[in-house]
Design a protein around this ligand. Sequence first.
Ligand code: OAD
Length: 245
Amino acid sequence: MTPLPIRKATRVLVLTGAGVSAESGIATFRAGGGLWEKHRVEQVASMEGFVEDPQLVWRFYSERRKGVLAAEPNAGHYALAELEQRLGDRFLLTTQNVDGLHARAGSERMLELHGNVCMTRCLLCAREPFVDETLYLDSLPKCELCGEEGRDTILRPHIVWFGESLDGWVLSQIDDFISEAGSDLLFLAIGTAGAVYPAASLVDVARRVGGVSYLINLDEADNASQFEHVIRGKSGEVLPRLFGL
Ligand code: OAD
């Protein structure tokens, strides 16, 4: 496999999806037997679903917490952390994954687009999202700060649900990285089906500034035709070779 064309000026922007964690034993979303085949999205991943049955939603995310805490990063996560070590500020990783495995593999210049399953936040008050590894299988967590003010607010998972916007600060960091890179941008989308926006349109933004784009995915992705280079395979096998590790 020809290693990536990384020159002195090259800036690498990476977008990862569920496929990167598949080799760690974490279920993807759209495959047969995937999470969205077993659950109705609107029931477990929307505010409407949460209002209707918060316990069902907390049970769903508690099960996912359990899975993530039992999982370990794989060769794909480690390869990305190593590439970052080599490139420093010329590297930015953005992930749709909520499993925290990139951070556990050592990635630091990393933005979580869809939140983190091991974090919780309040529905009402302005307290910062906090690390929370508790499983709420048969109970609902209440906000201690709201309790002090005489309200009784249920906490929610720190996940971007369908119908909700992505964090504006995160999006502006990605925009800034792309504009600064211009035609020196090398964009890699890895392990993502290209079905959820705005992440799936990052390739278009990258190409508009003159960047080079690669897709590394096991199966055909919805937006595959937008990429200049498509490599079919498992990220844990492809990335170490592609990065010349
Ligand atoms: P999907 O489950 O939609 O797609 C995962 C992709 O990874 C598929 O195209 C697989 O072919 C590929 N894949 C599987 N194993 C792989 C491996 N070992 N190496 C490389 N590729 C592999 O997951 P995402 O595209 O990440 O959002 O889904 C995007 C968003 O949709 C998720 O973040 C989630 C979901 O609804 C929220 O929950 C907000």
